[in-house]
Design a protein around this ligand. Sequence first.
Ligand code: AHM
Ligand code: MG
Length: 335
Amino acid sequence: NGAGTVQTDLITLTRFILQEQQKVGPKATGELTLLLNALQFAFKFIAHTIRRAELVNLIGLAGVQNATGDDQKKLDVIGDEIFINAMKASGNVKLLVSEEQEDLIVFESSNGNYAVVCDPIDGSSNLDAGVSVGTIFGVYRLLPGSSGTIKDVLRSGTEMVSAGYTMYGASAHLMLTTGHGVNGFTLDTHLGEFILTYPDLRIPHSRAIYSVNEGNSFYWSDEIKAYLASLKEPQSNGKPYSARYIGSMVADVHRTLLYGGIFGYPGDSKSKNGKLRVLYECFPMAFLLEQAGGLAVNDRGEQISHIVPKQIHERSGIWLGSKGEIEKLLTFIKP
Ligand code: AHM
Ligand code: MG
């Protein structure tokens, strides 16, 4: 501890990832460390850009559509560019999948051994109202002997070596896993550093909070309807569950990780596979949740990280959260 209330021995993200690298020992190449460093630069740049967006009049439609036909905001375009440039410059990334790009991006001049999948600004429909949005990312190591093809990213979530998100809220929070638990960092804007604020984060085993867009309930399966109805009945403490839905996956997952509960975006009769994308929304969040002691499943109750996507923009219904809450859901949808 430092003098008075000033903490003088801060664990920055850079210090943390160097320590993690040292734990791996002499066989660590340092490549992932450099890649995580490039990622943190992209997060800081996006955080900074979002903060001043209103002032510099970036808010509003850019007049173009992304790969899947959504209206793209100016900030979506800028976030995407920031991310692509940071990954390209890192020298460690060979392939990039972005929600905003229809095709896989191959960095021809890179000799990097990694593929990164990302949603640069998720939840952007919330941006104009100043609601939290975030960047979601996952990292694969290229398959042995590969020089970078689509096969390197059409792999199960269990093969990711790192994943996480940054939420741009009251502060920017980065939640990170490299497969050894989850650690959370908060951006100190004055220092320009992410500081370790949630070491070895564990999700509570259960919590009576559900987070789902109930506007779609007409289209849900009978099992999902029955599950949600059961949450609205008084529970053993005499109270029903609380509903919390921000409509920004990163913010809804962030609350779920910290408080516990369940978040879902199921498939329904209108959209068979729901809305969220397997590679860069479901997998990274599933990896984080599992590493924090929670669970993530699809609509059939199968572990979502075991899916092998056939296309880079594939979607899947998803349920994630506290172990106790997912187990309760599974009694309704039985895998
Ligand atoms: P986006 O990638 O186009 O921003 O859409 C993803 C977002 C998620 O952040 C959020 O969980 C979901 O869409 C909300 O969808 P809905 O408005 O249908 O509830
Ligand atoms: Mg998204």
